[in-house]
Design a protein around this ligand. Structure first.
Ligand SMILES: [Cu+2]
Length: 110
């Protein structure tokens, strides 16, 4: 096999690997002024989702959801990735445990 052909195969392998990663959709959630933006996140049911939570406040927040069975502290100014799903169709509420009065949101899987 020529080296050019080997290179071609390696490239095809990379593209396939990238495709596999892209299969888990990413949803960006921002925390700002102790609120989640957006407060309502729509996702596809039956699929794994990467929630990327960017805490733009200077204080830490804890993403917490009983229905999603997740909790994670995100320091001020930091990002955290939270893997959820695959979810059945429905509503999954979450909140910021450190600012529960204002930091409220819901993941809607459909
Ligand atoms: Cu907690």
């Amino acid at each position: 096999m020529t080296s050019r052909r080997l290179f071609g195969l390696a490239l095809a392998g990379c593209l396939l690997a990238t495709g596999a990663l892209a299969a888990d959709p990413e949803v960006l959630l921002v925390i700002k002024n102790h609120r989640f933006e957006p407060a309502e996140v729509k996702v596809k049911a039956g699929q794994k989702i990467k929630l990327v939570v960017h805490n733009q406040d200077s204080t830490p927040e804890e993403f917490e959801s009983h229905s999603l069975k997740r909790e994670k502290v995100i320091p001020g100014g930091q990002k955290a990735t939270i893997l959820i799903g695959p979810l059945k169709p429905g509503r999954y509420t979450f909140f910021g445990e450190f600012h529960e009065k204002t930091a409220q949101g819901v993941v809607i899987a459909e």
